[in-house]
Design a protein around this ligand. Structure first.
Ligand code: ADP
Ligand code: MG
Length: 687
């Protein structure tokens, strides 16, 4: 249960004074639903006002604070604004202008012959100087807030002033919380206590250290949660699976090539884990084309040799079918029963398959999420492999291992090179292996950037490529904010290219019926189609070695990591491969620099680091929408700077404190709830 001390923070915004239904709705548009959301709604900058004794021309356009004496009220007509004429201490006239306010209001607030402290932006209007809708205070009043105003991200109908007030009320509700940070860490950085840090972060006066502290809090909560997940999983008794080689040996012997050194090394790490009874939690990274599928297959065969079943989870239907086809081919002649299950399999076929699975008549099941639905019962699931892991979050990973009586070993694979800081925050519960070597004979992909005006030339070149028996991909632009727009663009492009190249052109996009999609993919794999026009559905895993040309339209609209993934669809055979990035006109300097980086390097890690810097974690992990990768305060820079320390601090806390029982442990529980990582708390040993 959430510690009572946090309750004021988790109440709804409607509980704040003066926040009615309409405002609640407006705030909800910014995902500000509870007091805690407001507390972490940080200002982006502060407006600094200059305080002056006397006004002069040079101040026009600037926010100022000045003492003015009211001379006279001009009430104005029905359509014209209310004007209050005032002078500064040197006799300079200034008009204070109000739209939609009554004369009575103005007389009460700005009595004639009295002096008030006025704050607002000085403007010129014809011959006169004026300030519209100024803030008004008594001359002696504290002027802090009038001199500096934090500027908040806003939504329609909520002014910055109002937002500031609401956030202010939320901050007042924030209680003093017990300290969860290691005292030496706190001291080393000179960090303030939690509540003081919040106030400073909102005030934006020397807020650097305060924000560091708040980011660290979040990273610490994240690391604690991941380590709790890890500890809980590892402490459950799984099953040691040691293969005897009767399947893996003939498979490897039958391959036309040898395993790479990196493949052998990671296989050693994986089978080493599987031979232990505590369940494996391992992330396998390897750039596109590094041969992860084969590694997964060998691991799965080892599980089968040891008498267990294995499951391979793919993110898309296309990929599941392709894995099924290539794995079935590689296993030809071996006594292994492989099956596929996707959302499309229904009725009797599905029921029979489920029966076979439950009776242990299937050794390896390949499929989409359908393989982990409620009704799916395994006879004895020993190993789960998740392909293209970056699409799955921690919660989903937990679900996968929850399926079996004894938790299965888990191998997650991703082609996205993940920078170290991101690996810790997103996969911190897992061990990591890396395939850092491509199979021999691969030629680097040559990447070129071309202006879209040269489309004709590109189409000519494509024609020559197809005429020479080559195959190619044509990836269509993402249409901002509209999924159906993607497909329309792809259809249009396919129509144009069909008019030119005829029936050799195929089209796949996300909205097509699965069977149609498969048929097109199969025809392309078999070489019956020369050109595949597609949306990003081909992003992950599709493998057609004869396709050596890739054209990406409006490349500037894609993330770099995504471009790298797409590009990895070519360069899979021994032929020379080319990737053409078509770019629109009017690119920003950053956009140009990004495309240049794609041209210069094939190094997925460098590209991922750059994407992380420029676009944030969600872009790399492909979970921008789901919010899985989102932090409230820990930006990428601060994450890179502090996550390793947070990791150590979390580990120390758990190791030394056992079940977070001590005083700091209790504080850390509050922290987990504060950042809503409390799923991890359920895994705490009681006490
Ligand atoms: P990815 O890591 O992107 O999933 P794949 O597993 O699809 O890569 O492998 C890419 C291609 O490399 C496949 O055609 C596969 O058969 C081939 N391959 C895998 N291992 C080797 C190897 N050791 N030597 C040569 N080719 C290999
Ligand atoms: Mg793959």
């Amino acid at each position: 249960m959430r510690p009572a001390i946090l309750n004021p923070l988790f109440s709804e915004t409607a509980t704040l004074k003066g926040v009615g239904a309409a405002l609640v709705r407006q705030l909800a548009r910014l995902k500000l639903l509870r007091v805690i959301d407001l507390v972490f709604h940080m200002p982006v900058m502060a407006i600094e006002r200059v305080q002056v004794e006397q006004i002069d021309e040079s101040l026009v356009g600037r926010p100022i604070v000045v003492n003015l004496t009211v001379v006279r009220h001009d009430s104005g007509g029905p359509r014209s604004p209310l004007r209050v004429r005032a002078v500064d201490s040197g006799g300079q006239w200034v008009d204070l202008v109000f739209f939609g306010q009554s004369g009575a209001w103005a007389r009460a607030k700005l009595p004639v012959q009295e002096t008030r402290r006025i704050s607002g932006r000085l403007d010129r209007y014809g011959q006169s100087l004026q300030i519209s809708h100024p803030d008004v205070a008594l001359p002696g009043e504290a002027m802090g807030p009038m001199l500096r105003e934090p500027v908040y991200p806003l939504t329609e109908g909520v002014t910055n002033k109002r937002m500031g007030q609401i956030v202010g009320m939320a901050l007042e509700r924030a209680p003093d919380l017990p300290e969860w940070i290691e005292p030496s860490v706190l001291e080393r950085h000179g960090w303030p206590a939690w509540r003081a840090a919040l106030a400073t972060a909102h005030d934006l006066r020397d807020e650097g250290r305060a924000k560091d502290r708040l980011a660290y809090d979040e990273l610490l909560a994240n690391q604690l949660a991941l380590l709790l997940v890890r500890r809980d999983t590892r402490e459950r008794r799984g099953r040691a699976l040691a293969g005897d080689g009767r399947l893996t040996r003939p498979l490897v012997a039958g391959l036309p090539w040898a395993l790479t050194g990196a493949q052998r090394r990671v296989l050693g790490e994986i089978t080493g884990d599987m031979a232990q009874s505590s369940p494996m939690l391992r992330l396998l990274q390897g750039d596109v084309g590094s041969g992860k599928t084969l590694v997964a297959l060998i691991a799965m065969l080892a599980a089968v040799e040891a008498g267990a079943q294995a499951a391979l989870l793919a993110p898309t239907e296309i990929l599941a079918r392709q894995h099924f086809a290539s794995i079935s081919k590689m296993l030809a002649g071996l006594p292994v029963r492989v099956a596929i299950l996707t959302g499309r399999d229904k009725g009797k076929v599905r029921l029979d398959l489920l029966d076979d699975l439950a009776m242990g008549r299937i050794d390896i099941l390949i499929g989409t999420h359908a393989i982990f639905q409620e009704a799916v019962d395994y006879h004895d699931l020993g190993l789960v492999v998740v392909d293209e892991q970056h699409r799955f979050g921690v919660a989903q990973r937990l679900l996968l291992t929850g399926k079996a009586k004894a938790p299965p070993h888990l191998l997650a694979m991703t082609a996205t090179p993940i920078p170290r800081s991101l690996q810790l925050t997103q996969y911190g519960e897992m061990d990591a292996s890396q395939i850092d070597e491509l199979p021999p004979g691969r030629q680097p992909i040559e990447t070129r950037v071309m202006a879209v005006e040269r489309m004709d030339e590109v189409v000519e070149g494509l024609g020559r490529h197809l005429a020479g028996g080559g195959q190619a991909y044509w990836v269509c632009p993402l249409v901002e904010g509209s999924e159906s727009g993607d497909e329309a663009a792809a259809e249009l492009r396919a129509t144009m290219l069909k008019a030119r190249f005829g029936d050799t052109v195929g089209l796949v996009h996300g909205r097509m019926k699965p069977a149609e999609k498969d048929a097109v993919m199969a025809a392309f794999s078999a070489g019956q189609l020369g050109l595949l026009v597609a949306t990003t559905v081909i992003e992950v895993g599709v493998d057609v070695p004869n396709a050596t040309l890739m054209i990406i339209e409006a490349a500037e609209r894609f993330g770099l990591a995504q471009l790298h993934q797409l590009r990895g669809r070519v360069g899979r055979g021994s032929g020379r491969s080319v990737c053409l990035l078509l770019r629109g006109g009017d690119l920003s300097e950053t956009a140009k620099a990004r495309l240049k980086l794609m041209r210069e390097t094939n190094d997925g890690f460098r590209i991922a680091e750059e994407d992380l810097r420029l676009r944030g974690a969600g872009e790399i992990l492909g979970v921008r929408q789901s919010g899985e990768a989102a932090f409230r305060v820990a930006d990428p820079e601060r994450t890179a700077k502090f996550v390793a320390v947070a990791r150590d601090d979390a580990r120390l806390l758990l190791d030394r404190d056992g079940g977070l029982a001590g005083a700091r442990g209790q504080a850390a529980r509050v922290l987990l709830y504060l950042f809503e990582r409390d799923a991890g708390v359920g895994m705490l040993r009681s006490g």
